[in-house]
Design a protein around this ligand. Structure first.
Ligand code: CAA
Length: 249
């Protein structure tokens, strides 16, 4: 996939960085779009320098995936400065866990807009170019909990299940134009998001994982890279579970 342009949302988060690194290693020109770029405490610039030292090219762009106009501006800038987007990885996502009884509208809205509206906001900007050029890859990062539901995550499970509905519908619309659309559903990864789960709750979850440990972000990135490659051409509308066997279907 030499020199293809890959846009990764949530690109400076822990999973996002793994995906960016992997795609860059495969020769892509990677653009990490993230609301946190340039914010206080953001360390993405030093990560970008480390990547450059290793010969891996990543461009950092500040952008808000909940805002359609911000997405449009970001994509038009990338097209002008780097080139048209060939690969889109919708990886931006947050949690606001609470049982429904305790869930306020702010928690619902934050998760639905960041995790689901974002997929429309970003994909809408790139899909025409992909179909016109006859090659494209969209990979939506969903979750195990979108497949099986999770206590305390009505918002997150709904958004993540919704992402795969989007995947299946769009995959049908663009299949004849060389564009594939797939979902990757990671299980529990060793990231800050997962470590925020109460210790006893998390211990109970790990006990249910047949492989017996959390996933490494690189193990998810490898699946994304496959789907984004030429080798993945015949996989579309699929939901690839990468969950250590925690949920089999
Ligand atoms: N199944 C059944 N009952 C459960 C339960 C479960 N999984 N978890 C808790 N309960 C019970 C409790 O025992 C408790 O019972 P009592 O009232 O009889 O004592 C009752 O339900 C209320 O539960 P909590 O007291 O735990 O409610 P809470 O408000 O304190 O906690 C919560 C809610 C923080 C959301 C907690 O349920 C929780 O942490 N859930 C797990 C959330 C989770 O897995 N998040 C994943 C984040 S990472 C991620 O999302 C990445 C990814 O894609 C995988």
């Amino acid at each position: 996939m030499t020199r293809r342009v890959a846009l990764v949302t949530g690109g400076v988060g822990e999973l996002g960085r793994s995906i960016c690194r992997r795609l860059a290693r495969n020769g892509c020109r990677v653009v990490a779009v993230d609301i946190n770029v340039g914010r206080e405490g953001d360390e993405s610039a030093s990560w970008q320098r480390e990547m450059a030292t290793a010969g891996l090219e990543v461009t950092l762009v500040q952008g808000d995936v909940t805002d359609f106009d911000s997405c449009e501006a970001v994509v038009r800038d990338i097209e002008r400065g780097i080139g048209p987007v060939d690969i889109l990885v919708n990886c931006a996502g947050i949690t606001r866990d609470a049982t429904l009884r305790k869930m306020d509208k702010a928690k619902w809205d934050a998760v639905l807009t960041t995790n689901l509206d974002s997929v429309f906001n970003m994909t809408r900007q790139v899909i025409d170019g992909m179909t016109e050029r006859g090659w494209g890859r969209v990979v939506n990062i969903s979750s195990l909990n979108g497949e099986k539901g999770q206590f305390g995550q009505t918002n997150y499970s709904a958004a993540k299940a919704g992402m795969h509905g989007f995947t299946m519908a769009l995959a049908q619309e663009v299949a004849r134009r060389g564009v594939t659309v797939n979902t990757v559903s990671p299980g529990y990864m060793d990231t800050r998001m997962v470590r925020a789960v109460r210790e006893d709750v998390l211990a109970g979850i790990i006990a249910q994982i047949p492989i017996g440990r959390l996933a490494k972000t690189d193990e998810i990135a490898a699946m994304v890279a496959f789907l984004a490659s030429d080798d993945g051409a015949y996989v579309t509308g699929a939901n690839m579970s990468v969950n250590g066997g925690q949920h089999m279907h």
